[in-house]
Design a protein around this ligand. Structure first.
Ligand SMILES: C[S@@+](CC[C@H](N)C(=O)[O-])C[C@H]1O[C@@H](n2cnc3c(N)ncnc32)[C@H](O)[C@@H]1O
Length: 267
């Protein structure tokens, strides 16, 4: 969509947000480090849901761009069965954590996603993961710049993955209109030439066509990995977890019996 298109969308749907903050050198809101630098904090539940979603796919020849690496938990979890992970952050402590891991297929760079592009992030990505697309944003023009950058770097058949909760979250002092719902996301995605899909209650995908369904093989490997994690989860969370897990296991078994991995639900 042209600048005129973004202006029209802004006028019609997002008039409460500034159109252009005028800060071309360092756009975005740098909210408090206690809510931003995640180098020593536990992975958020929204990011976990994104990880759970992508784990269903065969990622062995896939490149992943992880925007907002936090504690690098995603790299720890996926580096062994992904071709390459490139991570970005605006927080130096997160870069240090990433570097200490020493994975040959994981690199992390300082990059502001609202700056509109970067030579340090070469090539196309099959998955672009960003659980907080809008919370640190400053204005509509820089939101458009981020979407144009993501669209440009998205490989053919690729997916931009985000989460309902992360998308809705804004820091306390921020303009509440940056809290986006699915329809807001679909509107800006469409301005960037992408379609939005609800793949489950919480995980949303932006892509050029309907996101792929995992193969039986990749879905089975996902289930096996989840099963291997169960004893630890049950030990940590007790009988209530066991009951919840059992209910889920029955649901999975019924779905497997229908011999098709859970697919996507259209727009
Ligand atoms: C709350 S932490 C979330 C970390 C991790 N994704 C998680 O959910 O566990 C926010 C992350 O977003 C990054 N971030 C904040 N503003 C950014 C911007 N303008 N461009 C790129 N990353 C940004 C921070 O550096 C940090 O890595």
């Amino acid at each position: 969509m042209t600048d005129v298109g973004w202006r029209k969308l802004h006028e019609l749907r997002f008039p409460e947000l500034p159109f252009d903050c005028g800060n071309s050198s360092d756009p975005g809101i740098v909210y408090g480090p206690d809510l931003r630098d995640w180098s020593a904090k536990a992975t958020t539940s929204d990011q976990y849901r994104i990880e759970k979603y992508i784990d269903r796919f065969d990622l062995r020849d896939r490149r992943v761009l992880h925007v907002g690496i936090g504690n690098s938990g995603l790299a720890r979890r996926f580096h062994g069965h992904v071709k390459e992970i490139v991570g970005t952050t605006i927080d130096k402590p997160e870069i240090r954590v990433a570097q200490t891991l020493g994975y040959p297929n994981y690199s992390a760079v300082l990059h502001n996603k609202y700056s509109g592009g970067s030579a340090s992030l070469a090539g196309k990505f099959d998955l672009i993961l960003d659980n907080n697309l809008t919370s640190p944003c400053c204005c509509f023009a820089h939101l458009a710049a981020m979407f144009s950058f993501y669209e440009d770097r998205l490989a053919r058949g690729g997916q931009i993955v985000t989460d309902r909760e992360g998308l809705a979250w804004v820091p306390p002092e921020s303009n509440r209109r940056w809290s986006f719902d699915f329809d807001d996301l679909a509107a800006v995605a469409s301005a960037a030439g992408l379609a939005a899909f609800r793949v489950n209650r919480n995980v949303y995908v932006l892509s050029r066509a309907a996101p792929p369904t995992p193969t039986i093989g990749s879905f089975s490997r996902h289930m096996a990995r989840r099963a291997a994690m169960l004893p630890g989860k049950i030990a940590r969370s007790g009988p209530r977890k066991l009951a919840r897990v059992s209910r889920k296991a029955v649901k999975w078994l019924m779905m497997s019996a229908r011999s098709r991995p859970p697919g996507t639900h259209g727009q």
